[in-house]
Design a protein around this ligand. Structure first.
Ligand code: DGP
Length: 114
């Protein structure tokens, strides 16, 4: 998508701090970190959010899930613990309309999920 910031990051048109990449996904540091480790994982192919997950192949869907634990390992938070979250739609305050999963950790996270 031409006007999507995450598509621009995937293309390399906007620089990012890459943490992990494979054929299907890219993971990079969030520009506004909410935790000592805050990484965003996106599928390379544009879909808006989880409601459109079926527009990705099963291989792409699995790559997204597996990337979560790979990022946690790379960032050294595999054992200490981490949270994954994906904001979907208005009430979740999704601000970038390209499916992404947040990986948060590196310190004690709030128990308040809302
Ligand atoms: P969400 O609220 O779930 O849509 O979060 C989108 C996240 O994307 C937000 O935490 C900030 C991050 N973000 C937005 N634009 C950029 C960017 O250009 N670079 C990076 N690294 N992160 C971005």
């Amino acid at each position: 998508m031409a006007d999507c910031v995450f598509c621009a990051i995937v293309r390399g048109d906007i620089p990012s701090s890459k943490v992990y990449e494979d054929e299907h996904v890219l993971a990079f540091r969030d520009i506004n970190p909410l935790a000592p480790v805050h990484v965003v994982i996106v599928p390379k192919r544009h879909v808006a959010n989880l409601n459109e997950l079926d527009n990705l192949s099963e291989e792409e869907q699995l790559a997204l899930l597996h990337a979560c634990k790979k990022v946690a390992k790379i960032c050294g938070i595999e054992e200490s613990g981490y949270r994954i979250a994906s904001n979907c739609g208005r009430d979740a305050a999704q601000s970038v309309q390209h499916l992404h999963v947040h990986v948060l950790g590196g310190g004690q996270l709030s128990v308040n999920m809302a």
